[in-house]
Write a protein that binds this ligand. Structure first.
Ligand SMILES: Nc1ncnc2c1ncn2[C@@H]1O[C@H](COP(=O)(O)OP(=O)(O)O)[C@@H](O)[C@H]1O
Ligand SMILES: N[C@@H](CC(=O)OP(=O)(O)O)C(=O)O
Length: 418
């Protein structure tokens, strides 16, 4: 059996839905489980809605209406007005209607997951309905009954044993009857609340299903020809990898290549399942295959750009050396505040840390650190990571920029620049 994942870009409009059905029709002789993300930039819009509701700001209804209109316009292009998908989608949005009626009582992270998850619940209703309309028998599956997680809202951890048990119990039989269409990015707690697996987590969902079902492969359908040596939105002269080792793919995603979610590769590597990254615009193209036994020769360096970075410089309040005890205490505070460290460097008097700018977590961390340390803060920075760098790569990438931190190892160079 095969697992497919279609991301937001592939289902951003009616033409995308029609194209998805065309791609799927090429695989009619296979058992297929299809994981779908929210359409276009819906998750960003739902994030805004969650924030507006939590802050009880004036624009709640405006944001919500534009999200609904976007979806209904696309459904109207694809279906007759009598189609049952209109009711299915309306019933899904009702979950938000009910929430908005009352003032927020719960934590922001909990509210976020209950609201933001609606993007995937709606997109999958539309995809399943459209596949059936196109003559490809498909059933909608609520992933929250299959991917079980803890209640760490917004970054939930998968409970693998329970998840594997649920998935293997009924899905193999269901796959013999029809295509399954389910939501990426979501999970469910033991109390039946919805969780999310971290932004861009739908690739990970595909890999969870593939690993539990021992799939022949996973294909993520993207708006790029495959995995390139750099983001083609930022660089002109990119080259595609025909094949990539699991380890190199893990390294790339760890350092921030957004093309694949970082947690995706490990379950596939453990199970020896190949991951194909293919262009949804031209499904016959081979794309990139990530698998075991590949030895890559890097003619061009792999470049990963992370914008919106913050560099913290932390020193002791009496300017004594930063000791191992201080480091352990400081790193513990980062972990507790859910702030992931992208690069760190120590000197005698300070500890420098580069992190993503996430105000909701960072503000709390800064308050916490300021109570015991002196903290300097530099924002709006870029972290450039280069794997397999050549002689002049770093110099060329940093022309006209000020370097604030540099770290170079045998394979990887990282610079934080302004
Ligand atoms: N090394 C890379 N190779 C290919 N695409 C990359 C790379 N780094 C970043 N990207 C970006 O990843 C995007 C595709 O990933 P993503 O937006 O997550 O897809 P989707 O949400 O549709 O699954 C591309 O449009 C491209 O801009
Ligand atoms: N919709 C979620 C999950 C996801 O993976 O989306 P995409 O496949 O479009 O990156 C997000 O935007 O974070």
């Amino acid at each position: 059996m095969l697992v497919f994942k279609f991301g937001g870009a592939s289902v951003k409009d009616a033409a995308g839905m029609i194209n998805l059905a065309k791609v799927v029709s090429l695989y009619q002789d296979q058992q297929l489980l299809i994981v779908v993300s929210a359409m276009g930039k819906t998750t960003n819009a739902l994030e805004k809605l969650a924030k507006a509701y939590f802050d009880q700001s004036d624009d709640i209804q405006d944001i919500y209406e534009s999200i609904k209109r976007y979806h209904y316009d696309i459904i109207a292009e694809l279906f007759d007005s009598s189609a049952s998908v209109f009711d299915d989608v309306a019933n899904t949005f009702v979950e938000i209607d009910w929430m908005l009626e009352d003032e927020p009582q719960d934590s922001y992270d909990f509210i976020y997951d209950q609201i933001v998850s609606v993007g995937e619940l709606v997109s999958t209703r539309i995809v399943a309905a459209y596949l059936n309309k196109a003559g490809l028998k498909a059933q909608w599956l609520d992933v929250r009954g299959y991917i079980h997680t803890d209640n760490k809202y917004r970054e939930a951890n998968v409970q693998w044993d329970k998840t594997r048990e649920s998935i293997t119990l009924s899905i193999p039989e269901q796959l013999t009857q029809s295509i399954i269409v389910t939501q990426g990015f979501l999970g469910g707690t033991s109390e039946n609340f919805t969780t999310t697996l971290g932004r861009e987590g739908s690739d990970y969902t595909a890999s969870i299903f593939a690993s539990c079902l021992n799939a022949d492969s996973v294909t993520t359908w993207k708006d790029v020809p495959g995995i390139l040596n750099a983001d083609p939105k930022l660089f002109d002269d990119t080259v595609k990898f025909d094949e990539l080792s699991y380890n190199e793919a893990i390294e790339m995603t760890y350092y921030g290549a957004t093309v694949i979610h970082p947690k995706t590769i490990k379950p596939l590597k453990n199970a020896g399942i190949p991951l194909l990254v293919k262009p949804f615009g031209d499904p016959t193209q081979p794309g990139t295959v990530i698998k075991e036994g590949v030895t890559n020769v890097f003619k061009k360096p792999v470049i990963i750009i992370k914008n919106n970075q913050v560099l913290l410089s932390i020193s002791t309040s009496d300017y004594s050396f930063v000791s191992e005890d201080h480091l352990s205490d400081i790193i513990g505070r980062f972990a507790k505040s859910h702030v992931k460290i992208n690069v760190m460097q120590t000197s005698a008097l300070s500890f420098s840390v580069c992190v993503d700018y996430t105000p909701e977590y960072l503000d709390k961390l800064l308050k916490n650190l300021n109570s015991s340390y002196k903290v300097k803060y530099n924002s709006d920075l870029t972290l450039i990571t280069v794997r397999h760098y050549l002689h002049d790569t770093i110099k060329n990438l940093t022309i006209g920029k000020t370097t604030l931190l540099e770290q170079i190892s045998r394979n990887t160079a990282q610079v934080v620049v302004k």
